[in-house]
Design a protein around this ligand. Structure first.
Ligand code: HEM
Length: 256
């Protein structure tokens, strides 16, 4: 008897699993079919606004759809970011323009650093929310393949990454000075400021403190104060010693 019970049990278990699978993936319609490979159209995505009676709470970024129900307090009705629900408003993640016309997936005219900001939000969603699939339209075509617009956005973000790395490298070489303004400072009276260098000035921690120099950059009228390592401080393109300040002083009074 006990020998015969096993095949029966196995058959019942298999039947149960098949029934559960069918119930999960067919019986409950569109919402339940939302797996990582689902492809939604924009108007289908709109149904996932989180409002009462809606199909769920989703948002999309660069065409990738995420289930953000665990962030209902942000994206649900009444939440500070409820306007992101049920749509792909990639542009607004970079611009902060949450007006109806700003909430769009059209990235035309965005800068490399703005494209990078969107890419960083995408990493945030990939890390913190469950992926649902893709939205067909601007970034994925009707077959789910990446479009030219997506490739363009990715290339622009990569450019943004390169520019940021360059800026960081530049900041490591020329960290900003510390500065304080005083009514009687600046030397010779009349108010002014003091600029000085230290091993942490400008938020750049290093093993040298350097001496202040005025760095003249394109587009800047007065230049800005940066710290330069003593051995490179003799001169350099666009690097000026502050008037009245000894060349190797770590602190200078600046008029104005
Ligand atoms: C481009 C502009 C901005 C965008 C795209 C944006 C977007 C977002 C998003 C999507 C969230 C929810 C993140 C999550 O799922 O956990 C969030 C949270 C938050 N945002 Fe913004 N935000 C912007 C600007 C700001 C500004 C200017 C402030 C402050 C003045 C701010 C304050 C906050 C705070 C405090 C939270 C967290 C709320 C909480 O955890 O309860 N955001 N933001």
């Amino acid at each position: 008897m006990r020998g015969l019970a096993w095949p029966g049990l196995l058959a019942a278990a298999a039947l149960g699993a098949a029934w559960a699978w069918a119930w999960l993936f067919w019986g409950r319609g569109f919402e339940a079919r939302a797996g990582p490979t689902v492809l939604l159209r924009a108007e289908e995505l709109r149904r996932f606004s989180g409002e009462e009676g809606s199909a769920g709470l989703y948002l999309a970024l660069l065409g990738e759809v995420f289930d953000v129900s665990s962030g209902r307090r942000h994206y649900g009705p009444g939440g500070a970011y409820s306007f992101f629900a049920g749509r792909d408003a990639s542009r607004a993640f970079a611009t902060g323009d949450f007006s109806p016309s700003g909430l769009t997936d059209d990235l035309a005219g965005l800068s490399p650093s703005e494209a990078l900001a969107i890419q960083e939000w995408l990493h945030f969603y990939r890390k913190n929310y469950a992926p649902v699939g893709k939205v067909s339209g601007r970034f994925y075509d009707a077959g789910g393949a990446a479009t030219e617009a997506l490739h363009h956005a990715e290339a622009l973000a990569a450019e943004g990454g390169r520019l940021r790395a360059e800026q960081e490298e530049h900041k490591r070489h020329f960290p900003p000075c510390n500065a304080e303004w005083s009514a009687g400072g600046g030397g010779g009276g009349g108010g002014g400021s003091r600029v000085w260098c230290s091993k942490h000035s400008g938020g750049v921690s290093r093993d040298w403190s350097g001496v202040p120099r005025r760095l003249q950059e394109a587009g800047s009228v007065h230049g800005r104060c940066v710290c330069v390592q003593e051995e490179h401080a003799v001169g350099g393109p666009g690097l000026e010693v502050y008037e009245g300040c000894p060349p190797f002083a770590h602190s200078c009074a600046v008029k104005g």
